[in-house]
Ligand binder design. Structure first.
Ligand SMILES: *Cc1c(COP(=O)(O)O)cnc(C)c1O
Length: 506
């Protein structure tokens, strides 16, 4: 897929482009050309996404008779073995954060014991609510609640909920602020101000809950720009956001300054510590430079921290925290008139997986402070070696000053081609854009002996290859390149929706 250089167009106001795009797409020839190009990109994806077609039985209808359990188990084992090799050997950015066999076996055993439990039925499974309350409390106290609560009555303490993941934690917080602002301030057209680097879950929340998302470009160090944030405030602003650290570049926003700005104006402030919540407290104790980011700052009113990332629990849990019970109560839902009885539910789901909550609890209490400290020590040491190794490659540079998510780009080479060459060597890195870069989120998988050395060796070889073959096009590199420069966002959005359709094809 070849695209002309559209750099010029990036300076045209977005609104004009949206109108231009609408009219352009209405021209049959343009439409046909777009469909053709989209089709070509998608058929490339389809081959990669559906490797089991033709090799495994596929089900579009229920089998008339149930298949034998043994046969199904063997099939699942085969799939797992095939798919685990890449992440197990540490070839993947993020994705699996612990991954040691004994740890996985333990978490699975806990899940198996509690797979039937559901905290929606608190009287049937009081263990599930005990686990949930304790996971929230342990996470809160790891993130400054002990200091923040000192001397305050219980209703002003840091509290929270367990959710299904970072996205739900963030969405719960935004919905809570929206309802809080409507009730206590009478704000009916709420806005939030957040750095361009904050996770798209905030835009998803904005989209779902009718909050305007005001994005502010980050500074030269890839951290949120405090002065620009101040300028973006309006009478309808209800909260500010900062990340600790941000997903793209792994840098920690100036949370102290941002949260103080919010506090002085009576606004909410959310620290997104989905990624760093279970690393930064230990990094700080290990002597790494970690600026304040948690409830020790009086302006921080909500936080998110993912148990299913560096908390090392099974996928499907995260913690959202609030300063005080009054704020959290705006998260809750109650129904008093339903013929099915009196109903209430604290988060988005009704029934919830008690087994996953038990697994999160069991992970936290078996890891303990010492376990998280050791894990963080290994991750941070490996990340430091990787960061220095990458910075030593003359064609590459590290973006910002990260701790354990290392983004790098190049002034002389197409970094997406480098990423593609790394892919050919088995490495699955995250492509970033605006500016073009890739990142590696360092996990315990990368702390295994030899992994970091192999990464750097392969990276040097990939850089050398791209340098020696400037004419080589690559398959995915142009798509990534396009995503960063194409001014018609609708075209890209349409493509992504078609991609999602593809996921649902048998
Ligand atoms: C992963 C992540 C999220 C979203 O979490 P999910 O569990 O994928 O929904 C939000 N913010 C940051 C900084 C993250 O790294």
């Amino acid at each position: 897929m070849e695209l002309p250089n559209l750099d010029l167009l990036t300076h045209v106001p977005q609104r004009w482009l949206e109108v231009a795009e609408k009219y352009l797409k209405a021209i049959p020839q343009v439409r046909a050309r777009l469909d053709k190009e989209t089709g070509a990109v998608l058929s490339h994806f389809e081959k990669r996404l559906k490797p089991y077609r033709g090799t495994l039985p596929a089900f579009e209808r229920l089998p008339a008779q149930g298949r034998p359990r043994e046969e199904v188990l063997r099939e699942l084992e085969g799939l797992e073995r095939r798919e685990e090799t890449r992440w197990k050997e540490g070839h993947v950015s993020g994705a699996v954060y612990h991954g040691a066999e004994d740890h996985i076996a333990f978490v699975n055993e806990v899940y198996a014991l509690h797979s039937q439990s559901n905290p929606l039925h608190a009287e049937l499974w009081p263990s599930a609510t005990k686990f949930e309350a304790e996971v929230v409390a342990m996470t809160a106290n790891m993130l400054g609640a002990t200091e923040a609560n000192a001397g305050l009555p219980p209703e002003q303490h840091i509290c929270g909920s367990l959710s299904s993941g970072g996205t739900e934690s963030i969405m719960l917080a935004i919905k809570t602020y929206r309802d809080w602002a409507r009730e206590t301030r009478g704000i009916t057209r709420p806005e939030m101000v957040l750095p361009s680097s904050a996770h798209p879950a905030f835009d998803k929340a904005a989209h779902y809950f009718g909050v305007k998302s005001v994005r502010v470009p980050v500074g030269a160090d890839y951290r949120a720009d405090v002065a620009a944030t101040r300028r973006a405030l309006t009478r309808n602003t209800i909260l500010l956001v900062g990340s600790a650290p941000s997903f793209p570049h792994g840098v920690i926003d100036p949370i102290a300054e941002l949260s103080e700005l919010a506090r002085k104006r009576g606004l909410g402030f959310h620290t997104d510590a989905c990624l760093g919540g279970f690393v930064l407290p230990w990094a700080k104790r290990l002597g790494y430079p970690v600026p304040p980011f948690d409830f020790q700052l009086p302006g921080v009113t909500t936080m998110s921290a993912d148990t299913h990332k560096f908390g090392y629990a099974a996928k499907g849990t995260s913690v959202v925290l609030y300063r005080g019970l009054a704020l959290r109560s705006h998260q809750y839902f109650t129904a008093t008139e339903w013929p099915g009885g009196i109903y209430f539910s604290p988060t988005f789901s009704g029934s919830r997986p008690g087994g996953l909550i038990a697994a999160a609890w069991a992970t936290l209490v078996t890891m303990g402070e010492a376990g998280y400290l050791e894990a963080s020590r290994h991750i941070l040491e490996t990340a430091k070696a990787l960061k220095e190794g990458i910075a030593a490659i003359p064609e590459l540079h590290v973006l910002g000053d990260p701790l354990f998510v290392i983004a790098f780009g190049s002034k002389t080479l197409d970094i997406y081609k480098v990423m593609e060459r790394m892919g050919a060597r088995g490495w699955d890195l995250n492509g970033l854009h605006k500016p073009p870069a890739v990142h590696l989120c360092v996990t315990l998988r990368h702390t295994q002996p030899g992994v970091a050395e192999r990464f750097l060796e392969d990276l040097r070889a990939a850089v050398a290859h791209v340098q020696a073959n400037p004419g080589e096009k690559g398959t995915m590199a142009p798509v990534y390149g396009m995503a960063g420069t194409v001014p018609f966002r609708g075209v890209l959005s349409d493509l992504l929706k078609k991609y999602m359709d593809l996921l649902y094809k048998v």
